[in-house]
Design a protein around this ligand. Structure first.
Ligand SMILES: Cc1cc2nc3c(=O)[nH]c(=O)nc-3n(C[C@H](O)[C@H](O)[C@H](O)COP(=O)(O)O)c2cc1C
Length: 356
């Protein structure tokens, strides 16, 4: 099955409100659509007579060398997609050698997510995503939980001082998880009675000081996710982050921002190779991965396609999505005359419809 067919199968398998939760975006979904469309506005200009029979697509990411530049972006509530939920995603990502970013809004506790990844591979790379919380002790408890579980990096999402207005969820009246499902990482946090759940932490007034505190709280590498302005990328690097993730949250926050790939070149320039720059939003095929790498990304994250695979076929579906993207990317690299990721350079990307 192609990724498109997995998407169709996911739509059929899911409760329509849960499908809409996964597929939808904020406002009129302009950014959601533009993330994908933007990749179509770029074309690759291959180099010839310099390829190699075998390509090396390996990539160095904070705390992890991986075989391909595609990682699983953090997405909430995998058990809404499939009963095996995050355990299936974790096993699939580990088996395919991809970094899994699991998050505070997971329907499986992070320790169980890492344990599932370890069932599938000896050296899985699981990162933990969280939001800055106004109460430092809640943030610290989550950081310790991730460390103790064996996560190898943290991802702080900074584009969500408030939740985006998800039009489809508002229309469907989808606000809460169904009975029997919970954001398990949010159980037993400081200030709540034993066994009780704390709301997903999200600070209405996050600051650079919150980021500095988080960096001081852990020896794990910390990446910052949801950066679109080059000045913020520069500031993040100055604060000591281990990576910058260019992302508009898959079009689920402000429905007025550019496509994430359109923000990438300026951020890559601002970061100037000091730390890896990652990108997510609208990556649907191997050539999208190649465009992002040529424009300065070290790796890309995929959100919804992983959920299509999970909803359609569980662990096997997630594996299929990751393997497909990896194979398509390797094929594209070959056709571009590349031996390794670094052979994709900015001069090899042009606007479709005109070569400069
Ligand atoms: C259903 C869903 C849930 C998400 N939950 C989170 C989350 O909890 N934390 C976060 O940082 N990003 C979250 N995201 C955003 C993704 O990490 C990522 O930025 C986005 O999905 C990338 O775009 P793509 O879906 O086009 O690949 C979510 C995205 C979706 C689709």
């Amino acid at each position: 099955m192609t990724l498109g067919e997995l998407h169709d199968a996911a739509r059929k398998a899911l409760d329509p409100a849960h499908y809409d939760y996964m597929a939808g975006g904020a406002g009129e979904e302009r950014v959601l659509a533009d993330n994908e469309r933007a990749f179509g506005r770029y074309a690759l200009l291959p180099r010839v007579l310099r390829g190699s029979e075998r390509r090396d697509t390996a990539v160095d990411l904070p705390g992890a060398r991986r075989a391909a530049p595609v990682i699983v972006a953090p997405t909430a509530f995998h058990r809404l997609m499939h009963p095996d939920g995050e355990r299936a995603t974790a096993r699939a990502a580990a088996a395919e050698g991809a970094v899994l970013v699991t998050g505070a809004a997971s329907t499986t506790a992070v320790a169980d997510v890492v344990a599932a990844a370890r069932e599938a591979a000896l050296d899985p790379a699981v990162w933990f995503q969280l939001y800055p919380h106004p109460r430092r002790e809640v943030t610290e408890a989550l950081v310790r939980r991730a460390e103790q579980a064996g996560c190898t990096a943290l991802v702080v999402t900074v584009d969500s001082p408030v939740f985006g207005r998800h039009t489809r969820d508002l229309r469907n009246g989808f606000a809460d998880l169904p009975p029997g499902y919970a954001a398990e990482n949010m159980r037993d946090l400081p200030g709540a009675p034993p066994g009780a759940l704390t709301d997903i932490p999200m600070s209405p007034a996050p600051s650079w000081r919150d980021l500095a505190e988080m960096l001081a709280m852990t020896s794990l590498p910390v990446l910052v996710k949801g950066v679109l302005h080059p000045a913020d990328a520069r500031l993040a690097v100055e604060h000591g982050v281990a990576g910058v993730i260019v992302s508009n949250h898959g079009g689920r926050q402000l429905d007025a921002v550019p496509a994430s790939v359109d923000c990438l070149p300026a951020i890559a320039d601002a970061v100037a190779d000091r730390v890896p720059v990652l990108l997510d939003g609208g990556v649907r095929r191997g050539s999208d991965v190649a465009v992002a790498l040529a424009l300065g990304a070290t790796a890309v994250g995929v959100g919804r396609p992983v959920l299509w695979g999970l909803a359609a076929e569980g662990e096997a579906g997630v594996r299929r999505v990751l393997a497909t993207l990896r194979d398509e990317y390797d094929h594209t690299l070959a056709l571009c005359g590349g031996r390794r990721n670094a052979d994709l350079t900015q001069d090899m990307v042009v606007r479709r419809g005109g070569v400069r």
